[in-house]
Every structure is written in C-alpha cells, then in structure tokens.
Design a protein around this ligand. Structure first.
Ligand code: AMP
Length: 695
C-alpha cells in the first residue's frame, strides 16, 4: 500500500502530524510518545542541527543559535514592520536576503526561513516514518487562513526543501472544520476561532451535509500567545530590576530564560489560580554573585495583563461578521483551535462574544493536523471514490463582480492610462481612502559543558516542559535511538539571488483598463471554478466527533474556501486596482485587459499587491510580472488579457495573452523575497547534503 499523505499542522510553536488511513485519522507521536513537535531548530556548537524538543531545551542555553517562531516571519519582507519588531525581540540574528526576504544567521551560516521550516518538516516527516515504517513523501500542510501569497509560497517551498511534495496548502480553520464536521451531515454555521502562538484567525463556515463553505475569514498574523509571554516576561524583568538593579532584558540569554518561564507560568495559570517560580543565576552581580529571581503570579493578574490583547481578537471577529453579514449570536457552534484558547480568559470572552460556550471535546492542538490528513487522504483516494474530485464550475456574473467591487475604486488618475476602449479618459484620485511549589530553572549555561561529542543529542536539562504542558500526556517510551541530525561540512552558501523587488519600474507602460473589470462581458463572466475533493471513507475520527462504528459511510466533503486578501495591480500614481477581491471564493480566475502606453512597446512590467488599501505602499507588494516579446504596434493597440488564478491552495498564478493574436506571453512572477525554482532546488540539494547524506 502506498505511504499515507501526511497532514501537517506546521505551527508557530509546535507542529503536529496526522495520517488518515482506511477508516481513521490519527495523530502520530514521536518515539517518546509526544505528539507536539516544537517548531524549534538549534544549531549546536558541535555542528549538529537539533530540531524539536531537544532544540527547544537549547533556547535557554544558546538563545542566539536557537531559532523559533519562524512562522511569524516566513514570507515577510525584511523591511516589514513585523520583521522590525522581531529583530528587537528575537535573540537570533535576522538579516536581509538578496531578494528582500529574511535570513537567519547562526554559527556563521545563513538560512532562509523556508530552510528553517524545512528542518522542522523533516523532523515531522521522520516522526511519521517512525510510525508507518516507510518513506513518506507527500503532505498537506496547513497555514493560517489569512496567510498571503508570499507566506503560502514560502511554506510550500519549505515542504519541497524537506523532500515533501506538498499536495495542498490548506487553511487551518478549514482543516479544523473538516475534522469536526466530516460525516456529521448537519446543516450549521460555525466559527473557527484560532488563537495560536503567533497568529489569530477567525473563519465562518457553513456546513451543509458534505459541503464545507467558507463564508468569510479574517485574521491578524501578529497576534498570539507569544505576545502574552512578552508581557509576563517584562513584568518579571521589572521585578528583577527593582530587586537587583539589573535589567535582564539587556542580556539576550537571560531574557530568553524569562520568556520561557513566562510561557510556563501562563500555561500553568490555565489550570490553577496562582503559580510561583524561581530562576537561579539569572544574572551575576558584583563579585560574580549569582542573582536569582523569585516570582509569583495569580490568574487575575495575568488576565488583566492579557485582556487588551485578547480583546483585539474580537476586533477581527467584528470584521469577519461584517463581511459575512451575520451576527455572532446567529452561529450554531464555535470551535476553538490553537494553544492560546486554553486560557480561561479566552474561553470566557469567546462565550460572551458569541453568546454561547465553545464546543468541548475538541483538542485545539491536534484537530488541524487531523483535518489536513483527511484532506490528504481525499486527494489521493482511489479513483472510484473520487466522484467529486473533478472541478465543479460556478459562473460569476457581472452583477456579482459589481457587488464585490470596492465602492471607491476610482479609475487611475493619469492620462497615461489608456483603456483600449476609452483611450485618454482621465481617471480621478481615490476619494478615501509549576508545580505547586517552586519551579526551579537551571543556572545559565547548565549542561553546556557536559555535551557529548558529535553526533549526540545533548542531555535535556531538568526543566519544566515549557510549551508541552498543555499537550497530550506522553505515551510509554518506545526504545529507539535518539535521532540527531548530522551536519557534514558543505560548500559555501548559495550565490546571492538576483535583486529586484523594490526597484522602480522605469519602463512601466502597462495600463489597466478604466473599470475594475474588463468591459467585455465574455471576459468579465469568465468562469469561477470551485474545486471539490473527495475524502476517504473514514468512519472513525479520533478527533472531534467519532462516528458510530455502524454509521453509514459519510459523503465526501466538498471544500469551498475563500481568498483572505484582495489581489491586484499597481496603477499610475501609486494606487491599486483589485483584480480578485478579498473573500472571493476560490479557486478563482479573473481577467483584466491591459494595453501598451508607448509606440512599439515590447515589454511591460506590472507590480502585484495583496491587501485592502488603495495605496500600493500600504499593501503587501508581492512582486512583479513582466510581459515580454510584445508585437510592435502603435500605443494602445496591443491589448493583453492578464489573468490571475488562485488555485485551491491559495497560490497565485498569472497568465497573459495578446488578445488579438491569441499568443500567450511569457509571464514570470517574481515574488518579493520569494524563490525561483532553481533557488528551491539549490536549497533542496544543500539541505540534503547537510542531513543524513541526502535522505
Ligand atoms: P499553537 O500556535 O497553536 O501551537 O499555540 C501555541 C501557543 O499556545 C503558545 O503561545 C503557548 O504558550 C500557548 N499555550 C499552549 N498551551 C497553553 C495553555 N495551557 N494555556 C495558555 N496558553 C497555552
């Protein structure tokens, strides 16, 4: 039998892997019985690359070379505000890559964020292979619903670098809904409230029998439990400063220990009313005397600190309700996903907002991977069970286009824009625009001296299990050798990638047609496709809602998802025109017509954005497309259909066609900070050379 497709929840803090085989979906555990695999990579002085729990333990000992929360940064341009904040906050080095992306520096080497995530995915894959005892090469990987194009592409690239064929990038809430609703056959509208370590998403879905339709989604990719940890760590630092006149925030190593302790305390307070901890040798005073921190925190105090952060999630909920046109109390159920939803404060505020208690009995840490596994199984189910596997078509009408247009999209204001059918008509500028006792942490550097030579896993220091405390209890240990990723020497880093991204477009002569969509009804009503998939015959779901053993086999689910952000192009003057609107059902295909602005113009470039602002600079620039080899003709005579296609995984593809000749143009999308196929392959080779001789 072919190896199962892995369902992977690649989390900010932890990752989870599940498989759906035959009639059940189950989460896999590592040899020690842990189901949560910390998304942490540590570059050991010995040259080993540690991943997972051993890496997480290194955060306290070797903060500069231990990389975590990469999901917060993946696919973001180096100059984005999020990366700026992260550079202040994270103890490891972040530098700008040659294409404007982010590189992580550790022990004299630099890594792309896709490579760091790939180390985690390799570990996930090895856990799966340990369980199924055969090579696993295919996966469905989940991402937050509001991940943009760059973030999705970078995640997909990470899969490739890890040796995985990523069959689908699936939105986390959709995966959760799939695991929850699959086989229930009910009609209900639900909200998936996903509050993790680094991101928050809320998604409204309508489940109607086997149809899972996303009504709307919204989120904040920089709001999560890590932010609460920072608040607690700051309070600890203040207490230490007051007591010892030494600010541990000035010492990356000490601060990292504070953050780990803060997270531990926060998680403890989900279970009990107060907590105390002690950190020994957090710093050293005069004469090398050790300075310790003793700290106590009560749940109400934590809740007062976290209140405004948690409240921000409901601003996002308001957005999503407005988009979907429904009230919170009209929903039938609320599903909680993500570790931060374990906080009683979050649960109370959710209950208050939605007017109903969230569903119980769903493990917020595991449900997403289980949904991904169901989807993976569906994508590869035997042909005879895939009757819904083909694409279903739904036509989008002009009225729908108009209804989804922003009310204040104005035509571009410069006469340089030359619609084919209204050349020269000027536009206008936009008008708006521990334990009961004391938890003791080890002194700085404890354990470092005792590290065995290469290759071995360093002994885990006797710490409380930060981050896993809320996870499933470990299963009995399975005696296998601890796995270490070896790092033989490898050649110099790959040559720099060509720079482009922020360069001005000198010869931009591409001109969007005045109206937001092509005036040609044939073009405007180009079909909008909706894919459907067929899931396996799972009658026992370990997760949310098990089916009775004698229940009839459920219908296969039909997933109807949406794109979280508008996609469009820059127009003259730095404005934007949407081509595909926010929350459009995907897969979707949309076409606009462009024309040349100069006589005999052979090349045009268009900058692509994602976001809702009318100003290009306020949106996420994704990159640019280049239309080369145009035929020589007078200005405005060459008309080009530019088609944006978002596939079922939310990944954008662009096509261009000379309208008159029907000739397809050579279109290349160069993503900001993104990687071309060659670059991905180079990273695949480099990582394979670094690890296990290219497993
Ligand atoms: P995720 O991104 O879904 O893996 O969620 C990770 C986040 O959940 C981290 O910020 C954890 O500190 C947080 N978390 C995990 N367990 C708990 C808990 N019992 N109470 C509060 N927060 C938790």
């Amino acid at each position: 039998m072919a190896a199962p497709v892995l369902g992977i929840d690649l989390g900010t803090t932890n990752s989870v892997v599940a498989i759906a085989d035959g009639r059940q979906s189950r989460v896999l555990a590592d040899p020690e019985g842990f189901q949560l695999i910390p998304s942490v990579v540590s570059f050991h002085p010995s040259g080993d690359i540690l991943v997972g729990r051993t890496a997480r333990d290194r955060r306290l000992l070797d903060a500069q070379n231990t990389v975590y929360s990469v999901k917060r940064l993946i696919g973001r341009p180096f100059r984005s505000p999020e990366v700026r904040t992260a550079r202040e906050r994270f103890p490891f080095e972040l530098t700008e890559g040659p294409t404007g992306g982010v590189l992580v520096g550790a022990r004299g080497e630099t890594y792309t964020l896709s490579e760091i995530s790939a180390f985690v995915l390799r570990q996930v894959r090895s856990v799966a292979e340990f369980n199924v005892a055969e090579p696993c090469t295919q996966a469905v990987v989940t991402v937050p619903a509001n991940f943009n194009e760059l973030q999705r592409s970078a995640t997909k690239a990470a899969g490739r670098v890890a040796g995985l064929d990523v069959l689908r990038i699936l939105n986390e809430p959709t995966a959760a809904a799939l695991a929850y609703g699959y086989g229930r056959g009910s009609r209900e509208r639900i909200a998936v409230f996903d509050f993790g370590g680094g991101t928050f998403d809320v998604t409204l879905l309508e489940l109607s029998g086997e149809v899972f339709e996303v009504l709307a989604t919204a989120g904040d990719t920089y709001l999560g439990g890590d932010d609460i940890d920072v608040l607690v760590a700051d309070q600890m630092a203040e207490a230490f400063l007051e007591h010892h006149r030494y600010d541990p925030r000035d010492d990356a190593q000490a601060y990292e220990r504070l953050r780990a302790a803060a997270e531990w305390a926060k998680c403890q307070l989900s279970e009990k009313p107060d907590v105390q901890l002690r950190i020994e040798e957090l710093a050293y005073g005069d004469g090398g005397i050790s300075l310790d921190l003793t700290f106590a925190l009560e749940r109400p105090v934590l809740e007062r600190m976290a209140q405004s952060l948690v409240a921000r999630t409901f601003d996002v909920c308001e957005d999503v309700m407005r988009i979907a046109g429904i009230r919170p109390t009209q929903l039938d159920n609320v599903i909680l996903v993500g570790g931060s939803t374990r906080m009683p404060l979050v649960q109370r505020m959710v209950t208050e907002y939605f007017g109903r208690a969230p569903l119980e009995g769903i493990d917020p840490d595991l449900v997403v991977a289980q949904g991904a596994a169901i989807q993976g199984r569906a994508l590869t189910a035997p042909a005879e069970r895939k009757s819904l596997g083909k694409v279903a078509l739904r036509r989008i009408t002009r009225a729908e286009h108009e209804a989804t247009r922003p009310s204040q999209i104005a035509p571009p204001r410069t006469s340089a824009i030359t619609p084919p059918d209204a050349q020269g008509s000027p536009g206008a500028p936009p008008t708006s625009s521990g334990p009961a006792g004391l938890g003791t942490l080890p002194p700085v550097g404890a354990g470092l001296g005792s590290l065995p030579p290469v290759p071995a896993v360093p002994p885990a220091p006797p710490l409380p299990e930060f981050g896993d405390s809320a996870g499933s209890p470990p299963r009995p240990p399975v005696p296998v050798g601890a796995r270490t990723l070896e790092t033989p020497a490898f050649a110099a880093a790959p040559p720099p990638l060509p720079s482009f991204g922020n360069a001005p477009i000198e010869d931009a002569g591409v001109l969007p047609v005045g109206p937001a969509f092509s005036p040609d009804p044939e073009v405007a009503e180009r079909s909008l496709e909706r894919a459907s998939v067929r899931a396996p015959d799972l009658s026992v779901l370990e997760p949310a809602v098990p089916l009775a053993p004698d229940a009839p086999e459920p219908e296969m689910p039909l997933l109807l998802d949406v794109t979280p952000h508008s996609l469009g192009i820059e127009t003259v003057g730095g404005y934007c025109e949407a081509v595909i609107k926010q929350n459009a059902a995907i897969p979707v295909e949309q076409t606009r017509v462009f024309s040349t602005a100069q006589d005999n113009q052979r090349l045009v470039k268009v900058r692509i954005f994602q976001g809702e602002s009318r100003r290009f600079d306020d949106n996420q620039g994704l990159g640019e497309i280049e239309l080369a080899g145009l035929r020589a003709a007078a200005r405005g005579r060459v008309k080009i259909d530019v088609t944006f296609v978002i596939g079922a995984d939310g990944i954008l593809a662009v096509r261009a066609k000379d309208v008159e000749t029907g000739k397809e143009q050579d279109v290349r999308i160069k993503l900001v900070g993104g990687m071309a196929e060659d670059d991905v392959q180079r990273l695949v080779d480099r990582q394979a050379a670094m690890l296990d001789g290219g497993r």
